[in-house]
Design a protein around this ligand. Structure first.
Ligand code: TYM
Length: 342
Protein backbone atom coordinates (compact mmCIF):
# COMPACT_ATOMS: atom_id res chain seq x y z
CA UNK A 1 0.00 0.00 0.00
CA UNK A 2 1.11 3.53 -0.74
CA UNK A 3 -1.15 5.92 1.17
CA UNK A 4 -1.00 9.53 -0.02
CA UNK A 5 -3.13 12.54 0.93
CA UNK A 6 -2.93 16.29 1.36
CA UNK A 7 -4.54 19.27 3.00
CA UNK A 8 -4.45 22.94 2.09
CA UNK A 9 -2.63 25.03 4.69
CA UNK A 10 -5.22 27.78 4.65
CA UNK A 11 -7.13 28.58 7.83
CA UNK A 12 -7.60 26.28 10.77
CA UNK A 13 -7.86 22.56 10.87
CA UNK A 14 -11.54 21.93 11.65
CA UNK A 15 -13.63 19.01 12.79
CA UNK A 16 -14.67 18.16 9.20
CA UNK A 17 -11.03 17.80 8.15
CA UNK A 18 -10.31 15.76 11.25
CA UNK A 19 -13.21 13.30 11.10
CA UNK A 20 -13.40 13.16 7.30
CA UNK A 21 -9.69 12.72 6.63
CA UNK A 22 -6.93 13.31 9.19
CA UNK A 23 -8.11 10.78 11.75
CA UNK A 24 -8.14 8.21 8.95
CA UNK A 25 -4.61 9.23 7.97
CA UNK A 26 -3.42 8.55 11.50
CA UNK A 27 -5.29 5.23 11.67
CA UNK A 28 -3.96 4.06 8.31
CA UNK A 29 -0.44 4.97 9.42
CA UNK A 30 -0.93 2.95 12.64
CA UNK A 31 -2.34 -0.11 10.88
CA UNK A 32 -0.10 -0.16 7.83
CA UNK A 33 0.98 -3.59 6.56
CA UNK A 34 4.75 -4.22 6.29
CA UNK A 35 6.39 -2.77 3.23
CA UNK A 36 3.76 -0.04 2.91
CA UNK A 37 4.26 3.70 3.27
CA UNK A 38 2.26 6.82 4.06
CA UNK A 39 2.98 10.23 2.55
CA UNK A 40 1.03 13.21 3.90
CA UNK A 41 1.57 16.72 2.65
CA UNK A 42 0.55 20.33 2.94
CA UNK A 43 -0.84 21.39 -0.41
CA UNK A 44 0.80 24.81 -0.25
CA UNK A 45 1.13 25.13 -4.04
CA UNK A 46 -2.65 24.96 -4.21
CA UNK A 47 -2.92 28.07 -2.04
CA UNK A 48 -2.00 30.41 -4.89
CA UNK A 49 -5.14 29.40 -6.77
CA UNK A 50 -7.00 31.91 -4.54
CA UNK A 51 -5.89 35.40 -3.44
CA UNK A 52 -3.38 34.83 -0.62
CA UNK A 53 -0.97 36.59 1.69
CA UNK A 54 2.62 35.19 1.46
CA UNK A 55 3.47 35.81 5.13
CA UNK A 56 0.27 34.12 6.19
CA UNK A 57 0.94 31.15 3.89
CA UNK A 58 4.33 30.67 5.51
CA UNK A 59 2.96 30.61 9.05
CA UNK A 60 -0.15 28.60 8.10
CA UNK A 61 2.08 25.93 6.52
CA UNK A 62 4.06 25.49 9.74
CA UNK A 63 0.93 25.59 11.87
CA UNK A 64 -0.86 23.01 9.76
CA UNK A 65 2.19 20.73 9.94
CA UNK A 66 2.11 21.06 13.75
CA UNK A 67 -1.64 20.38 13.77
CA UNK A 68 -1.15 17.17 11.78
CA UNK A 69 1.53 15.94 14.18
CA UNK A 70 -0.76 16.88 17.09
CA UNK A 71 -3.50 14.74 15.49
CA UNK A 72 -1.23 11.71 15.50
CA UNK A 73 0.74 11.87 12.24
CA UNK A 74 4.14 10.60 13.33
CA UNK A 75 6.91 12.06 11.18
CA UNK A 76 9.13 9.09 12.02
CA UNK A 77 6.65 6.66 10.50
CA UNK A 78 4.95 8.78 7.83
CA UNK A 79 6.58 11.09 5.32
CA UNK A 80 5.29 14.57 6.15
CA UNK A 81 6.20 17.40 3.79
CA UNK A 82 4.98 20.46 1.92
CA UNK A 83 4.49 20.36 -1.85
CA UNK A 84 6.67 23.39 -2.56
CA UNK A 85 9.76 21.45 -1.44
CA UNK A 86 9.02 18.59 -3.81
CA UNK A 87 9.09 20.18 -7.29
CA UNK A 88 8.27 16.84 -8.96
CA UNK A 89 4.59 17.48 -8.12
CA UNK A 90 4.42 20.69 -10.18
CA UNK A 91 6.63 19.21 -12.91
CA UNK A 92 4.36 16.22 -13.33
CA UNK A 93 1.36 18.52 -13.41
CA UNK A 94 2.71 20.10 -16.58
CA UNK A 95 3.16 16.72 -18.19
CA UNK A 96 -0.38 15.71 -17.20
CA UNK A 97 -1.82 18.95 -18.59
CA UNK A 98 -1.29 17.34 -21.98
CA UNK A 99 -3.59 14.46 -21.01
CA UNK A 100 -6.29 16.19 -18.93
CA UNK A 101 -9.21 17.45 -21.04
CA UNK A 102 -10.80 20.88 -20.66
CA UNK A 103 -14.22 19.17 -20.64
CA UNK A 104 -13.18 17.09 -17.62
CA UNK A 105 -12.03 20.17 -15.70
CA UNK A 106 -15.21 22.05 -16.63
CA UNK A 107 -17.19 19.47 -14.68
CA UNK A 108 -15.34 19.99 -11.39
CA UNK A 109 -17.86 21.27 -8.84
CA UNK A 110 -15.17 22.79 -6.61
CA UNK A 111 -14.10 25.11 -9.43
CA UNK A 112 -17.71 26.15 -9.97
CA UNK A 113 -18.18 26.78 -6.22
CA UNK A 114 -14.94 28.66 -5.72
CA UNK A 115 -15.04 30.77 -8.87
CA UNK A 116 -18.70 31.65 -8.25
CA UNK A 117 -20.08 34.36 -10.50
CA UNK A 118 -16.61 35.64 -11.32
CA UNK A 119 -15.44 32.76 -13.53
CA UNK A 120 -13.54 35.02 -15.94
CA UNK A 121 -11.67 36.61 -13.07
CA UNK A 122 -10.68 33.33 -11.40
CA UNK A 123 -7.02 32.33 -11.62
CA UNK A 124 -5.93 29.76 -14.20
CA UNK A 125 -4.49 27.85 -11.22
CA UNK A 126 -7.99 27.43 -9.76
CA UNK A 127 -9.07 25.80 -13.02
CA UNK A 128 -6.06 23.48 -13.38
CA UNK A 129 -5.79 22.75 -9.65
CA UNK A 130 -7.31 19.25 -10.03
CA UNK A 131 -4.48 18.34 -12.41
CA UNK A 132 -1.94 19.27 -9.73
CA UNK A 133 -3.98 17.18 -7.30
CA UNK A 134 -3.76 14.26 -9.76
CA UNK A 135 0.02 14.76 -9.98
CA UNK A 136 0.20 14.80 -6.15
CA UNK A 137 -1.01 11.25 -5.91
CA UNK A 138 0.22 9.81 -9.22
CA UNK A 139 3.81 10.97 -8.74
CA UNK A 140 3.95 8.78 -5.62
CA UNK A 141 2.13 5.78 -7.14
CA UNK A 142 -0.59 6.12 -4.48
CA UNK A 143 -2.77 3.06 -4.06
CA UNK A 144 -5.06 4.56 -1.37
CA UNK A 145 -6.07 8.18 -0.81
CA UNK A 146 -7.95 8.93 2.43
CA UNK A 147 -10.21 11.96 1.79
CA UNK A 148 -13.62 13.36 2.67
CA UNK A 149 -16.55 13.11 0.27
CA UNK A 150 -15.89 16.52 -1.33
CA UNK A 151 -12.56 15.35 -2.80
CA UNK A 152 -13.88 12.20 -4.46
CA UNK A 153 -14.60 13.94 -7.74
CA UNK A 154 -10.97 15.12 -7.91
CA UNK A 155 -9.81 11.57 -7.26
CA UNK A 156 -12.02 10.26 -10.06
CA UNK A 157 -10.34 12.79 -12.33
CA UNK A 158 -6.90 11.57 -11.19
CA UNK A 159 -7.93 8.04 -12.14
CA UNK A 160 -9.20 9.21 -15.55
CA UNK A 161 -5.95 11.07 -16.23
CA UNK A 162 -3.85 8.08 -15.14
CA UNK A 163 -5.89 5.66 -17.26
CA UNK A 164 -5.71 7.87 -20.38
CA UNK A 165 -1.97 8.48 -19.95
CA UNK A 166 -1.30 4.76 -19.48
CA UNK A 167 -3.44 3.98 -22.51
CA UNK A 168 -1.91 6.65 -24.77
CA UNK A 169 1.75 6.43 -23.76
CA UNK A 170 2.38 3.12 -22.00
CA UNK A 171 1.13 -0.44 -22.10
CA UNK A 172 -1.26 -2.43 -19.95
CA UNK A 173 1.61 -4.67 -18.83
CA UNK A 174 3.82 -1.73 -17.86
CA UNK A 175 1.63 1.23 -16.90
CA UNK A 176 3.39 4.43 -15.79
CA UNK A 177 0.76 5.25 -13.15
CA UNK A 178 -1.18 3.32 -10.51
CA UNK A 179 -4.91 4.09 -10.35
CA UNK A 180 -5.55 5.43 -6.81
CA UNK A 181 -8.49 4.35 -4.67
CA UNK A 182 -10.25 7.03 -2.54
CA UNK A 183 -10.97 5.94 1.06
CA UNK A 184 -13.62 7.74 3.14
CA UNK A 185 -15.03 6.97 6.57
CA UNK A 186 -18.54 5.45 6.22
CA UNK A 187 -20.37 7.95 8.43
CA UNK A 188 -18.19 11.05 8.66
CA UNK A 189 -17.21 11.66 5.03
CA UNK A 190 -19.21 14.88 5.01
CA UNK A 191 -19.48 16.85 8.24
CA UNK A 192 -21.88 19.76 7.81
CA UNK A 193 -21.86 23.36 9.03
CA UNK A 194 -23.24 23.89 12.55
CA UNK A 195 -25.29 26.82 11.22
CA UNK A 196 -26.74 25.19 8.09
CA UNK A 197 -27.11 21.44 7.66
CA UNK A 198 -27.12 21.73 3.87
CA UNK A 199 -23.59 23.22 3.67
CA UNK A 200 -20.37 21.36 4.46
CA UNK A 201 -18.25 22.51 7.38
CA UNK A 202 -15.56 24.60 5.73
CA UNK A 203 -12.56 26.82 6.42
CA UNK A 204 -13.93 29.39 4.03
CA UNK A 205 -17.30 29.86 5.77
CA UNK A 206 -17.30 33.49 7.00
CA UNK A 207 -19.00 32.46 10.27
CA UNK A 208 -16.63 30.89 12.79
CA UNK A 209 -19.73 29.58 14.60
CA UNK A 210 -20.28 27.22 11.66
CA UNK A 211 -17.26 25.07 12.52
CA UNK A 212 -15.34 23.58 15.43
CA UNK A 213 -11.65 24.42 15.01
CA UNK A 214 -9.19 22.00 16.53
CA UNK A 215 -7.65 24.99 18.30
CA UNK A 216 -10.93 26.13 19.96
CA UNK A 217 -10.83 26.14 23.76
CA UNK A 218 -13.43 24.17 25.78
CA UNK A 219 -15.65 27.24 26.35
CA UNK A 220 -15.74 28.04 22.64
CA UNK A 221 -16.52 24.42 21.79
CA UNK A 222 -19.39 24.30 24.29
CA UNK A 223 -20.73 27.62 23.07
CA UNK A 224 -20.66 26.56 19.43
CA UNK A 225 -22.37 23.24 20.14
CA UNK A 226 -25.07 24.86 22.27
CA UNK A 227 -25.74 27.47 19.59
CA UNK A 228 -25.69 24.93 16.75
CA UNK A 229 -28.85 25.10 14.67
CA UNK A 230 -31.34 22.31 15.45
CA UNK A 231 -35.08 21.74 15.38
CA UNK A 232 -37.48 21.51 18.34
CA UNK A 233 -38.16 17.74 18.01
CA UNK A 234 -36.43 15.23 20.31
CA UNK A 235 -34.04 12.68 18.77
CA UNK A 236 -35.76 9.69 17.16
CA UNK A 237 -34.70 6.14 18.06
CA UNK A 238 -34.16 5.18 14.43
CA UNK A 239 -32.41 6.73 11.45
CA UNK A 240 -35.63 7.15 9.43
CA UNK A 241 -36.75 9.73 11.98
CA UNK A 242 -33.87 12.01 10.90
CA UNK A 243 -35.26 12.33 7.38
CA UNK A 244 -35.51 16.04 6.51
CA UNK A 245 -33.59 17.02 9.69
CA UNK A 246 -30.05 17.62 8.35
CA UNK A 247 -28.84 19.58 11.40
CA UNK A 248 -29.95 16.85 13.81
CA UNK A 249 -28.38 14.17 11.59
CA UNK A 250 -25.13 16.13 11.53
CA UNK A 251 -24.86 16.34 15.33
CA UNK A 252 -25.64 12.65 15.71
CA UNK A 253 -23.08 11.82 13.00
CA UNK A 254 -20.42 13.85 14.81
CA UNK A 255 -21.23 12.14 18.12
CA UNK A 256 -21.09 8.70 16.46
CA UNK A 257 -17.76 9.43 14.78
CA UNK A 258 -16.18 10.79 17.96
CA UNK A 259 -17.25 7.79 20.03
CA UNK A 260 -16.39 5.28 17.28
CA UNK A 261 -20.00 4.24 17.18
CA UNK A 262 -22.67 4.45 14.46
CA UNK A 263 -25.65 6.73 13.88
CA UNK A 264 -27.97 3.77 14.57
CA UNK A 265 -26.28 2.93 17.87
CA UNK A 266 -26.31 6.58 19.04
CA UNK A 267 -30.03 6.85 18.25
CA UNK A 268 -30.74 3.57 20.07
CA UNK A 269 -29.06 5.11 23.17
CA UNK A 270 -30.26 8.71 22.91
CA UNK A 271 -33.64 8.35 21.16
CA UNK A 272 -36.28 10.48 22.92
CA UNK A 273 -33.68 12.93 24.27
CA UNK A 274 -34.14 16.62 23.50
CA UNK A 275 -31.22 18.76 22.30
CA UNK A 276 -31.10 20.40 25.74
CA UNK A 277 -29.60 17.12 26.97
CA UNK A 278 -27.88 15.85 23.80
CA UNK A 279 -25.88 19.00 23.03
CA UNK A 280 -24.02 19.12 26.38
CA UNK A 281 -23.23 15.39 26.00
CA UNK A 282 -21.83 16.05 22.52
CA UNK A 283 -19.90 19.09 23.78
CA UNK A 284 -18.25 16.95 26.50
CA UNK A 285 -17.12 14.31 24.01
CA UNK A 286 -15.75 17.01 21.72
CA UNK A 287 -13.85 18.77 24.49
CA UNK A 288 -12.30 15.48 25.63
CA UNK A 289 -11.27 14.59 22.06
CA UNK A 290 -9.73 17.99 21.42
CA UNK A 291 -7.98 18.44 24.78
CA UNK A 292 -4.88 16.30 24.05
CA UNK A 293 -4.70 17.55 20.44
CA UNK A 294 -4.68 21.22 21.36
CA UNK A 295 -2.17 20.63 24.20
CA UNK A 296 0.26 18.96 21.76
CA UNK A 297 -0.38 21.62 19.14
CA UNK A 298 0.50 24.44 21.55
CA UNK A 299 3.62 22.54 22.63
CA UNK A 300 4.82 21.88 19.10
CA UNK A 301 4.44 25.53 18.13
CA UNK A 302 7.03 26.49 20.77
CA UNK A 303 9.73 25.13 18.44
CA UNK A 304 9.11 26.23 14.87
CA UNK A 305 12.61 25.20 13.77
CA UNK A 306 11.83 21.63 14.73
CA UNK A 307 8.75 21.73 12.46
CA UNK A 308 10.86 23.16 9.63
CA UNK A 309 13.27 20.27 10.13
CA UNK A 310 10.45 17.70 10.02
CA UNK A 311 9.23 19.16 6.71
CA UNK A 312 12.74 19.28 5.21
CA UNK A 313 13.37 15.66 6.17
CA UNK A 314 9.99 14.57 4.77
CA UNK A 315 10.57 16.50 1.54
CA UNK A 316 13.93 14.79 0.95
CA UNK A 317 12.27 11.38 1.24
CA UNK A 318 9.32 12.43 -0.93
CA UNK A 319 11.65 13.70 -3.68
CA UNK A 320 13.48 10.39 -3.71
CA UNK A 321 10.20 8.50 -4.14
CA UNK A 322 8.83 10.87 -6.81
CA UNK A 323 11.82 10.98 -9.19
CA UNK A 324 11.50 7.51 -10.80
CA UNK A 325 7.82 8.06 -11.70
CA UNK A 326 8.49 11.54 -13.05
CA UNK A 327 11.35 10.18 -15.19
CA UNK A 328 9.12 7.36 -16.43
CA UNK A 329 6.50 9.94 -17.47
CA UNK A 330 9.09 12.10 -19.31
CA UNK A 331 10.40 9.03 -21.03
CA UNK A 332 6.95 7.73 -22.03
CA UNK A 333 6.19 11.11 -23.60
CA UNK A 334 9.38 10.99 -25.69
CA UNK A 335 11.44 13.66 -23.97
CA UNK A 336 15.22 13.52 -24.19
CA UNK A 337 16.60 14.05 -20.68
CA UNK A 338 20.34 13.92 -21.42
CA UNK A 339 21.06 11.23 -18.84
CA UNK A 340 20.40 8.18 -20.95
CA UNK A 341 16.69 7.97 -20.01
CA UNK A 342 14.52 7.59 -23.11
P1 TYM B 1 -8.97 20.44 2.03
O1 TYM B 1 -7.76 21.14 2.52
O2 TYM B 1 -10.17 21.27 1.70
O3 TYM B 1 -9.44 19.36 3.08
C1 TYM B 1 -8.57 18.36 3.63
C2 TYM B 1 -9.32 17.06 3.85
O4 TYM B 1 -10.45 17.28 4.71
C3 TYM B 1 -11.63 16.77 4.09
N1 TYM B 1 -12.78 17.62 4.48
C4 TYM B 1 -13.92 17.15 5.00
N2 TYM B 1 -14.32 15.91 5.32
C5 TYM B 1 -15.57 15.77 5.86
N3 TYM B 1 -16.41 16.82 6.10
C6 TYM B 1 -16.03 18.09 5.79
N4 TYM B 1 -16.85 19.11 6.05
C7 TYM B 1 -14.74 18.30 5.22
N5 TYM B 1 -14.06 19.41 4.81
C8 TYM B 1 -12.87 18.98 4.36
C9 TYM B 1 -11.36 16.87 2.60
O5 TYM B 1 -12.18 15.99 1.86
C10 TYM B 1 -9.89 16.50 2.54
O6 TYM B 1 -9.73 15.10 2.51
N6 TYM B 1 -7.77 19.53 -2.72
C11 TYM B 1 -7.61 19.06 -1.36
C12 TYM B 1 -6.17 18.96 -0.90
C13 TYM B 1 -5.34 18.09 -1.77
C14 TYM B 1 -5.37 16.67 -1.85
C15 TYM B 1 -4.39 16.33 -2.81
C16 TYM B 1 -6.10 15.71 -1.19
C17 TYM B 1 -4.41 18.54 -2.68
N7 TYM B 1 -3.83 17.48 -3.30
C18 TYM B 1 -4.15 14.99 -3.15
C19 TYM B 1 -5.87 14.36 -1.53
C20 TYM B 1 -4.90 14.03 -2.48
C21 TYM B 1 -8.32 20.05 -0.43
O7 TYM B 1 -8.48 21.20 -0.76
O8 TYM B 1 -8.62 19.52 0.79
Amino acid sequence: MRVVSGIQPTGNLHLGNYLGAIRNWARMQDELPDGSECLFFLADLHAISMPHDPAQLRSATLEMAAALVACGIDPDRSILFNQAQVPQHAELQWLLNGTARIGWLNRMTQFKDKSGKNREGASAALFTYPVLQAADVLVHQATHVPVGEDQKQHLELARDIAAKFNHDFASEEEPVFTLPEPISPPDAARIMSLRDGSKKMSKSDPSDMSRINLSDDPDEVMKKVKKAKTDPEPLPSERDGLEGRPEALNLVTIYAALTDSSVDAVLADHGGEGFGAFKPALGEVLVETLRPISARFTDLLQDREAIDAILARGAAKARERAVPTLEAAYSALGFVRGDGTR
